[in-house]
Ligand binder design. Structure first.
Ligand code: NAD
Length: 303
């Protein structure tokens, strides 16, 4: 069987695949080229790009599996795959530690003004008084979405002396309590948290789940962190909360529009912005490559 690797996948994963299949690696391949060769392949592997569209899937007469290394299937037409009996696999667990560590880094950067202190120092401005921060120790962390990443950041926060509350309507109270967090409603979480961190998928029920009403109910000086997906926070409402000084600051790895080059968020000093790099670690990419190779082997070799 033949596999097309259409993105940059870790070498360890490619070696695993080569033991089982004929593998062609074509990073950065265009849509037109995929369309012209896809019928030769039994499986295709991508990361967040390229898009595996209905047109491609229908052209792939021999396609049996579409694999996305990493989390999210936004670039794969999953419904079309289902309809045609093509399996869809991914490796969502590969980056959980990396994303949680980034979220934790953003929490520290906002609470202790790390990014701002760096900027001032480079500008040769020694302004210690303006850099007074807050400890995380003893504070309450509100985790929205208590899945893989939410639990990981909970573990880190606990070690830092924070207490945990969590909102996840798809889990039982017992499941949340077993990870040393108190289950609460979203409303309670918003009211009680010193730091709120978001770890939910972007679906209808989560789009703009943090909007004007939620910002108004937050503690004064709350911090909000989003490493999940842009669109979960209403960015206009966030800008209002930052302008009015209602919240202390925000740490954002994801944006409604990426890259956020025309966003008003770039104007605020108390926002730490990163470039959707949650999964961008050597370890996560290596794991994603190996895990996706295993998933493809399972999908093609097990009936
Ligand atoms: P997960 O599926 O393990 O956890 C998500 C949790 O959200 C689940 O427990 C689910 O029950 C819960 N949930 C679903 N709908 C909800 C709702 N309406 N309200 C509250 N909770 C709800 O997912 P994960 O691996 O922890 O990933 C979490 C998010 O992180 C995803 O959006 C993913 O796309 C994102 N992510 C970002 C990066 C990055 O580079 N920044 C990398 C990987 C993952």
């Amino acid at each position: 069987m033949k596999i097309l690797v259409a993105s940059d996948i870790a070498e360890e994963g490619i070696s695993k695949l080569k033991k089982e299949f004929e593998v062609d690696v074509k990073k950065g391949i265009s849509k037109e080229e995929i369309l012209s060769i896809i019928e030769n392949y039994d499986g295709v592997i991508v990361r967040s790009k390229p898009n595996i569209t209905e047109e491609i899937i229908k052209k792939g007469k021999n396609l049996k599996v579409v694999a996305r290394a990493g989390v999210g299937l936004d670039n794969v037409d999953v419904n079309c795959c289902k309809g045609l009996g093509v399996k869809v696999v991914n490796s969502p667990q590969a980056s959980s530690d990396s994303v949680a560590e980034l979220a934790f880094g953003l929490m520290l950067s906002v609470s202790r003004n790390i990014a701002r202190a760096d900027r001032l120092t480079r500008e040769k401005r020694w302004e210690k008084k303006s850099l007074m921060g807050y400890e995380l120790n003893g504070k309450t962390l509100g985790i929205v979405g208590f899945g893989r990443i939410g639990r990981n950041i909970g573990r880190m926060a606990k070690a830092c002396g924070m207490s945990l509350i969590a909102y996840d309507p798809l889990l039982t109270d017992e499941q949340i309590k077993s990870c040393e967090a108190e289950p609460v409603t979203l409303e309670k979480l918003i009211e009680k948290s010193d730091v709120i961190t978001l770890h939910v998928p972007l679906i209808d029920s989560t789009r703009h789940m943090i909007s004007e009403k939620e910002f108004q109910k937050m503690k004064n000086n709350a911090i909000i962190i989003n490493t999940s997906r842009g669109g979960i926070i209403d960015e206009d409402a966030l800008c209002k909360a930052l302008s009015s000084g209602k919240i202390l600051g925000a740490g954002l790895d994801v944006f409604e529009e990426e890259p956020p080059m025309n966003s008003k968020l770039l104007e605020y000093d108390n926002v730490v912005l990163t470039q959707h790099i949650g999964a961008s670690t050597h370890e996560a990419q290596k794991r994603a490559g190996i895990m996706i190779a295993e998933e493809v082997i399972k999908a093609l070799k097990c009936k």
